[in-house]
Ligand binder design. Structure first.
Ligand code: SF4
Length: 233
């Protein structure tokens, strides 16, 4: 009998991630009992709220990063998405193009999303903690995060995602207000903000490009996230 199309597709995406497929084990119980938040109807003025947010970020001078950025990078994707991916900050290419996760890291993120049946722009919104690029891709300063995080919080209020996937240590530490390592925070359901949005962490695709041996762990995280999401809906 020929292999089902979904299975073929998954094998293709796993190959793109550079990892071999193996048989999934039974899904583990959730470490944290996380009730699905109620999803209120979209505010009638959501479009104008997005417009206002976009304009505010475009002229933002809350931290010094506005001086060196080419353009701010608010985010990209489906504004009614159930999944929100949050990374660290724009890099050089993102700063030029005005879109998060472009270039090789962006391609790997797209492959990671496709591996769990998601596609950029379809039920996924992608954003960063910082909307402006730190020079030389240095880590964000605490004051910069404090200045910029309210924009991400407003995005979350507008999108109301059912699940946040924080990619990379910087996103994880700032969203969860912890100094813990990413390795310790993997494999658990955390919560973010007043809406208590379930949050799962995994590796940043730029890190995975440098350390491909950790792609298998990232795949475990993605399967975990997919399982959690399935139980939320
Ligand atoms: S990083 Fe955020 S707070 Fe700083 S200038 Fe850019 S948009 Fe404003």
């Amino acid at each position: 009998m020929s292999e089902p199309l979904d299975s073929q597709r998954r094998r293709h995406y796993l190959a793109a991630l550079g990892i071999e497929e193996w048989q999934p084990r039974r899904a583990p119980p959730l470490p944290v009992s996380t009730p699905a938040p109620a999803v209120p109807a979209s505010a009638p003025d959501a479009t104008s709220a997005w417009q206002q947010l976009t304009e505010e970020v475009a002229r933002c001078t809350r931290c010094d990063l506005y001086r060196t950025r080419t353009r701010p990078v608010l985010g990209v994707g489906d504004r009614h998405a159930q999944w929100l991916v949050v990374g660290e900050a724009p890099g050089a290419e993102e700063d030029r193009q005005g879109e998060p996760f472009v270039g090789r890291a962006g391609q790997l993120l797209d492959a990671m999303l496709r591996a769990i049946g998601l596609a950029r722009g379809q039920n996924v919104y992608i954003a960063n903690i910082l909307k402006s690029r730190p020079p030389g891709n240095r880590d964000p300063a605490a004051a910069e995060v404090a200045a910029c995080l309210p924009y991400l919080e407003r995005q979350i209020e507008l999108i109301r995602p059912r699940l946040i996937l924080a990619v990379g240590r910087i996103a994880m530490q700032n969203l969860l207000a912890t100094q813990s390592t990413l390795g310790r925070m993997r494999g658990q359901v955390h919560e973010f903000g007043g809406l208590k949005t379930p949050l799962i962490v995994t590796y940043h695709p730029a890190y995975l490009l440098r350390k491909p041996e950790d792609k298998r762990k990232a795949w475990e995280d993605l399967k975990f996230a997919r399982g959690v999401f399935a139980r939320l809906t």
